[in-house]
Design a protein around this ligand. Structure first.
Ligand code: UTP
Length: 280
């Protein structure tokens, strides 16, 4: 059973400056909901009830978001605005939120390693990068799809998607053998390769299921690209020692860490909301 989900959220979000100067990137809203709430909802739908968040300096708004706001709630009690807090209240009632800090931005591998105290070493856990916003209109959410796959293969899994060849340098890129339609047994992973040196155009996005032996592997992984501890490097070791799968998920992913992705996501959710309202 996968019951814990880790949210590395210690990054500076420099692409969104000055908006992210005093506000965490994960709190940027798509319509009325911050990015991290979409991620928590996806994890909750997949069966997780412990949300383990890796924060950093200046990220207090995340902690406050998943807590009671007495004055505000008292103020709107009995008004038609009360219903606007129904979803977040449900998450707060049904999940436990735990936090630890990554003091220095040393890479995603390091951020995940910091989560060891929160998720423990006895069970697999999910990882969601909240700035990758994923939706699937026609069925299970992406993390639910991955949890189902985990039940079959019991190994670490990364979500992958095809990206244009001139974009691969922005991602961790995989190669592997397709063992089922859309499921690859990975034999190589390269973090942010040059476009002409990438092993494929299958890019890793911000959804992972990791088995806990990853922590010991991270301990023995040296800093890689840009001097950061890369989770891709640790996953490659894990793949060589055993098995790691790449899963071509069903649904859409918006890169909300970039301006284009953020605007696309906003338009997408706005149109969805409008069409739902017009049906009522
Ligand atoms: P990004 O590189 O996309 O986020 O990391 P960033 O650094 O905040 O954004 P820019 O590039 O400066 O605009 C992907 C995810 O990994 C987390 C980030 O918070 C983000 O969710 N992360 C990355 C950490 O928590 N710690 C790190 O050391 C690195």
């Amino acid at each position: 059973m996968i019951t814990k989900c880790l949210f590395p959220a210690a990054g500076y979000g420099t692409r969104f400056l000055p908006a992210t100067k005093a506000m965490p990137k994960e709190m940027l809203p798509i319509l009325t909901k911050p990015l991290i709430q979409y991620g928590v909802e996806e994890a909750h739908d997949a069966g997780c009830d412990v949300m383990a968040i890796i924060t950093g300096r200046g990220k207090r708004a995340i902690t406050d978001h998943f807590d009671i706001s007495y004055e505000l709630e008292h103020q709107i009690k009995g008004s038609d605005k009360e219903s606007l807090l129904t979803d977040i209240r449900k998450l707060m009632n049904e999940c436990t939120f735990t936090y630890t800090r990554q003091n220095e931005m040393k890479g995603l591998g390091d951020a995940i390693y910091k989560g060891k105290v929160l998720v423990g070493e006895s069970a697999p856990f999910a990882v969601i990068l909240a700035d990758d916003l994923c939706v699937n209109d026609s069925g299970d959410g992406v993390m639910t799809q991955m949890v189902k796959l985990y039940e079959k293969y019991k190994c670490s899994i990364v979500a992958i998607m095809e990206v244009p060849k001139d974009q691969v340098h922005k991602y961790g890129v995989i190669s592997g053998r397709e063992i089922e339609k859309g499921i690859f047994m990975l034999d190589d992973m390269v973090e942010k390769p040059d476009n002409d040196k990438a092993p494929s155009n299958l890019a890793i996005i911000g959804r992972y299921i990791l088995t806990p032996d990853i922590f010991e592997i991270i301990e023995n992984t040296k800093p890689g690209k840009n001097g950061e501890l890369q989770i891709t490097d640790a996953l490659l070791t894990q793949a060589k020692n055993g098995m790691v799968l790449g899963y071509k998920f069903k649904g859409k992913r918006f890169d909300c860490g970039s301006m284009d992705g953020f605007v696309e996501a906003t338009n997408y959710f706005y149109n969805m909301e409008k069409s739902q309202k017009s049906k009522k």
